[in-house]
Design a protein around this ligand. Sequence first.
Ligand code: HEM
Length: 400
Amino acid sequence: MSDIVERYDVPKQLFWLHGPRSGPAVEYEARTGLWNVYGYPELIEILGDPATFSSDTMRVTPKELLPSEDEFSLQGFITQIDPPEHGRLRKLVSSAFTRKVVADLEPRIAELTHELLDAARERGRFELVTDLAYPLPVIVIAELLGVPSSDRALFKEWADGLFERDAEISLKQSVEQSKAEFEATMKPWNEMSAYLAAHAAERRRHPRADLLSRLVEAKVDGERLPDDQVVNFAILLLLAGHITTTMLLGNTVLCLDAFPEQQDKVRADRSSIPAVIEESLRFMTPFALLGRSTTRETRLGDATIPADQMLVAWLSTANRDPRQFADPDLFDPGRDPNPHLGFGRGIHFCLGAPLARLEGRIALDILLDRFATLRTDPEEAVQFIPSPSLTGVRRLPLIQ
Ligand code: HEM
């Protein structure tokens, strides 16, 4: 058992936190109809070969489990798109996340962090997720996108509705189960679509210097993006831009609570903050898994996988593969290099990685300045998100 499991009540879904896993690196699960891929070299193979391992997972989902196209479309959802269209869409926003653009956000991120911590101090209690880890990234991405950050309670409601379900990941659920799950996610999805469509329409009339204006004005091969693609891209940015960064901030503080000797080290040498952030991404990988589908029969590890199969590529377990990382269940920011897969790998490598790293670095630096020790409150429970696809805390009460 790892130190994290001994100290906190970690749900069973986060099985990779419960210690070393045994078993093959690639495993077909008849119950769910999925190929689970757990190993590091196998994930490198998958993420490096989009022609064999397509990001379009809808193509292998049984049609009777899918909603009709009028009800739901993932058009423009860049994580689901393969080359060559993927490259064209990615180019549209990649210039918004260059190192220089992101570095210019540093003063604003620091200012926001101080404001949020001041507000928490006035309230006289400090719960890291509500008071800092959630609002900081959501305000930053809302400002970048150009939607009012004061609507963030709505964003949280939508994100919780979409992700915080204890659903099993399966291709073999019944149509009834699939419909029930779909309906549960449709409400937040539709509300978010309508909200972003209204803002996009306004930006078509009055463009500003923000990402949403860039999306509505952008041309791919001489043509404007259709409205549903603009809205879906904006949904992705709004969700991807904050949920995982919230988890990164919470997980990092949790790791420094569970491994106090590492907290002492980083206090003594702040230049090691980036290494602490990288190790947090490896040790508690926020985005635990990625979906892929095979376009042809292929060998992976010791397995032969037929064409048109759904794969679950477990970033969380690959990041603890002893073939790649010595002593993988130890939180050790001294790993150098640390080639974790927390932001994915290859053509879909996270566009927001420089932003997430910057937010992590600034927030941790300021927390270390303002808290003589970062310690969880033994009187109050730490709560994890009980989802198999996300690794993160929902509540992390700290001693002031
Ligand atoms: C893609 C993780 C923060 C925007 C990805 C992927 C991962 C990931 C694993 C790869 C998806 C795939 O291969 O299918 C994370 C983590 C974050 C984070 C762990 C924080 C700690 C952000 C932020 C933004 C963002 C702050 C935007 C502001 C995106 C986008 C993609 C992506 C647009 C799709 C890229 C593509 O398909 O080409 N992210 N992300 N992410 N991420 Fe992030």
